[in-house]
Design a binder for this molecule. Structure first.
Ligand SMILES: [Zn+2]
Length: 910
């Protein structure tokens, strides 16, 4: 194995190698085939490249994006730089037991980093000799080799590249109606290369002609390799693929279209091959921290926004879900029993947001057994007088505006780019809820004056929903839910019922939906987090599905609803407005956590009073979680802006690193969610909550389609609310208190004392007293049989209150067996959501309550996204029965576990 010359094994930063300041990918055309028997995806990606005329300097970076960020970055050669970062919501879970597993995780991951990744310096027909390879220590050195050839640096890992070639687009250029004589306006240099001229014209087509643009990209992608030495030199190291053309010494001389033929690897870090809950094979892109670089070679830095189209071949019995603006209709190839799915986007987005899932999933429909449906209707109380017909009419209109309204481009014949009509069966349920919402009329503040008259976009040219009148009034976007057969009913009761409510609520709070449609997929049990948002698709863990029986009421839905609201909020914060530097994860996670409460309260149509009470209880739960985590983690990982003023800076070539992104401890930390959330609560407390949400809408209006740093948000806030600075709340004060330091800001300490006396919390405390008394009444009675249980009236509690109750009981050193039994019986604990059940399992393990070990086993098998620490708890007490339980559970799920979770658990248990 080669030593890893590119990454110091001691550092945990993720390198972003792509030289985006020199050259940019404007469009990807992927042509992929999914081979389940070999666990690989094979095919090609064609990159359409634009040289950058200017080079961004560090000084410019330091100034922040300010106005018109989209037009000034990376030499100003891009249009439509939408900011969008893929976000993974890691385990929102108690951090108890975190510390004890930290040291072991450190050791383990350290070892894995060094040994695990095979270093493949030269693959396929690469031209480098082994000796040459050893001397190449970084892409920078390779770029300035003796020949002086320019190097295209792409981010990738775990890929087997067989060929890289220049694509000859002459034939397409000749047949296209685009004039080939154009000036490169950006550089001011007259172009002599007809292919470059054609390409320049192609990428400059206005958004209204996006169809034509995509058709031409597709035709180009299928053109043959260039005749003269079409194979380009390439070399691969652990984190990148580097490509050169002999004699091409500048980005301008580099080919505009490059085809890379490659295969993924079965164990590639961002493509996960596993089985679903029906034990059928599936594969999905796993997201952070390495995003899609084990799926296709790409430019990872967020500033490298591009559009894409993809053709995916998969076995005909599979469904292929992807980030794409339209639902795809598969075309069956009878010879191969494979089907072909086509997806595309017209909005430039980072390659990291591209999401793919292929499996034997079914669509969740509204049809369910009548008895069950009655229960659901009663509970959700959105039945009133449904008017599906009216709804349908709305839908038809809605479909017309799904982001594609202005398409006047000619469609080139023979292309496989498909558009399709929506599957009507998917509409019925949405229609139902949508219609009922219209009837009830959500009580929303009238924002029409703020956002709805005339949006002038600050981003580049793409078909933007913010400017489409019909899109702006579309409260619920077309949506579908997919999952394994065995979970369809649960997904129907929870996800499908709540989704339109959550979408409508998000619209009421934030305004126009940035994306025209949404698929929700219930991912396999081994998925390592509760949810993940990407453009047009949300992955949800089965742990958030409706818990228990149909009669367990709204309580069984609260985790599902709030988690969906969280993921939906990412459409605005994280996707259509993204962090320019992924180190500032709080920009998406803090916002989504803050908005999740507000949107979910709106979806439940809570009164202001109820909203405030619920929000205080949640704040207290999060405060407990955060303070616990901060006591048990490295200070360095507690800082939201570890690079401080240098945040967002990149090297001359555009490369950079993401701070601590590869630190395994960080995977288990919630600080970006929670501290970010509290910062927003703090700011809301300064300006007023409603005013704060109004400000969010203004901010979205200004910054949608762009990348931001913390200061963009804070500066605008301070301008809109000048009183804050007058009170001493300056930008630097906010940095100092919240973003640039570890630990807990003073305001939060003080405020948490108030939350701990909130009404819903006091209710819980009163119940806790009853339980402690009950437990004590069983103790100290020697062998005397207790004949009569003390008659106690327990108050009914919400799910969040139950979580609180169990957490408080966890602080008790003793609880009698009888109290444990009564606890389980009284609240019917196994029918509650995963948050409640997790606390219950902790309590069971702590008190070795072996009558409920079945609940622990069930949790470890079915709630893998949250179960990691329970293994630690089971092992730490040195109780043979508990340890046997841990080993048994691990052996049951080992095969399908998320790789990093598996490594952690195996280390603890074996
Ligand atoms: Zn726009």
């Amino acid at each position: 194995m080669e030593p890893d010359v590119d990454l110091n094994p001691d550092t945990d930063d993720l390198p972003l190698r792509a030289n985006t300041n020199h050259i940019l990918v404007r469009h990807y055309v992927l042509d992929l085939t999914v081979h389940f028997e070999r666990k690989v995806i094979s095919g090609s990606v064609v990159l359409f490249l634009e040289p950058c005329c200017g080079v961004r300097t560090k000084a410019e970076d330091g100034t922040g994006p300010g106005d018109g960020a989209g037009s000034t970055e990376a030499g100003g050669s891009q249009d439509g730089f939408v900011s969008r970062s893929r976000d993974v919501d890691s385990i929102e879970d108690g951090t108890k037991g975190l510390k004890k597993s930290m040291t072991r995780m450190d050791k383990m991951f350290g070892a894995r980093e060094r040994e695990g990744d095979e270093f493949q310096a030269v693959s396929g027909v690469g031209s480098q000799t082994a000796a040459e390879t050893k001397t190449i220590h970084s892409s920078h050195l390779w770029e300035t080799n003796s020949d002086g050839d320019f190097t295209l640096v792409l981010d990738c890992c775990d890929l087997d590249v067989s060929k890289v070639e220049e694509v000859d687009i002459t034939s397409v250029s000749a047949m296209s109606s685009l004039p080939s004589e154009v000036r490169c306006e950006k550089s001011g240099v007259s172009s002599v290369n007809p292919q470059a001229a054609f390409f320049q014209k192609l990428i400059s087509l206005p958004s209204s002609r996006w169809k034509q643009r995509h058709q031409l990209f597709l035709l180009c992608s299928r053109a043959p390799g260039a005749q003269d030495g079409s194979a380009l030199h390439f070399q691969r190291d652990r984190w990148s693929l580097q490509v050169r053309k002999k004699g091409a010494t500048s980005p301008q001389e580099f080919p505009r279209a490059v085809r890379i033929c490659y295969e993924t690897r079965p164990t590639g870090g961002s493509v996960r091959w596993t089985k679903d809950q029906d034990n059928r094979v599936c594969v999905y892109t796993a997201g952070s921290p390495i995003n899609n670089r084990a799926l296709f070679p790409c430019q990872e830095p967020p500033v490298a926004m591009s559009t894409w189209q993809a053709t995916v071949r998969a076995p005909s019995e599979c469904v292929v879900l992807m980030s794409g603006e339209e639902q795809a209709v598969p075309i069956e190839d009878r010879n191969t029993r494979f089907s072909v799915w086509n997806y595309y986007v017209t909005m430039p987005m980072p390659a990291s947001t591209f999401t793919l899932a292929v499996g034997h999933w079914c669509q969740v429909t509204a049809e369910i057994p009548p008895a069950l449906e009655r229960g659901v209707r009663d509970r959700t109380d959105c039945g009133k007088t449904a008017k599906p017909e009216a709804g349908s009419a709305e839908w038809t209109e809605a479909e017309l505006v799904s982001g594609l309204g202005s398409s006047s481009g000619a469609v080139v014949k023979g292309s496989s780019l498909q558009t399709c009509s929506r599957d009507q069966t998917t509409c019925s349920d949405s229609t139902f809820s949508y219609a009922s919402f219209e009837n009830e009329g959500l009580s929303v503040t009238d924002y029409s004056g703020m956002v709805d008259d005339g949006v002038s976009c600050s981003h580049g040219d793409y078909p933007c929903r913010f400017t489409e009148q019909l899109a702006r009034s579309q409260r619920v976007i077309p949506h579908r839910v997919f999952g394994p057969v065995s979970l369809l009913q649960k997904a129907q009761m929870g996800v499908l019922k709540l989704l339109p409510r959550c979408l409508a609520a998000a619209h009421a709070v934030l305004g126009v939906h940035p994306f025209p449609r949404l698929d929700v997929l219930i991912v396999p049990a081994g998925f390592s987090s509760l949810g993940m948002a990407s453009p047009h698709i949300i992955f949800l863990s089965q742990s958030v599905l409706h818990a228990g029986s149909p009669d367990s009421g709204e309580n069984g839905l609260s985790l599902c609803g709030s988690r969906m609201c969280h993921e939906i909020a990412h459409s605005w914060f994280g996707l259509v407005i993204g962090a320019r530097d992924w180190t500032e994860e709080w920009i998406s996670e803090g916002f989504a956590t803050y908005l999740e409460d507000i949107i979910w309260a709106q979806a439940q149509q809570l009164s202001l009073q109820e909203t405030a009470e619920q929000s205080d209880l949640k704040a207290l739960l999060r405060w407990r979680r955060l303070s616990d985590e901060l006591q048990n983690s490295e200070e360095e990982l507690q800082i939201l802006r570890p690079n401080m003023e240098n945040t967002g800076q990149v090297s001359e070539s555009g490369s950079s690193t993401v701070k601590h992104a590869l630190n395994p401890d960080k995977t288990f930390m919630q600080v970006h969610y929670l501290k970010g959330y509290f910062l927003l609560r703090f700011l809301a407390s300064q300006v007023g909550e409603q005013q704060f949400i109004d400000f969010f809408r203004l901010f979205v209006k200004k910054y949608h389609g762009q990348l931001i740093l913390s200061q963009d948000f804070l500066r605008m806030l301070l301008i809109i609310f000048p009183d804050m600075e007058r009170k001493g709340l300056t930008l630097s004060a906010i940095y100092a208190d919240w973003l640039d330091q570890p630990g807990i800001p003073k305001w939060l300490y003080e405020r948490s004392a108030v939350w701990s006396q909130a009404r819903l919390v006091e209710e819980v405390k009163a119940e806790v007293v009853k339980w402690i008394l009950l437990s004590q009444s069983h103790q100290g009675k020697g062998r005397k049989r207790k004949r009569i249980e003390p008659k106690v009236n327990y108050k009914e509690l919400t799910s969040e209150q139950l979580v609180m109750l169990l957490e408080l009981l966890l602080e008790e050193s003793e609880l009698s067996v009888a109290a444990m039994l009564a606890l389980q019986r009284t609240y019917n604990l196994q029918n509650h959501d995963a948050e409640v059940r997790h606390r219950w399992c902790e309590l069971v393990v702590k008190h070795a309550h072996n009558q409920a070990y079945g609940d622990v086993e069930h949790f470890l098998v079915h709630d893998q996204a949250m179960g990691v620490y329970l293994y630690g708890e089971l092992m730490v007490h040195e109780d043979p029965e508990q340890q046997a339980l841990a080993r048994r559970c691990l052996s049951l799920v080992q095969e399908d576990m998320d790789q990093s979770a598996r490594t952690v658990v195996e280390e603890m248990v074996l």
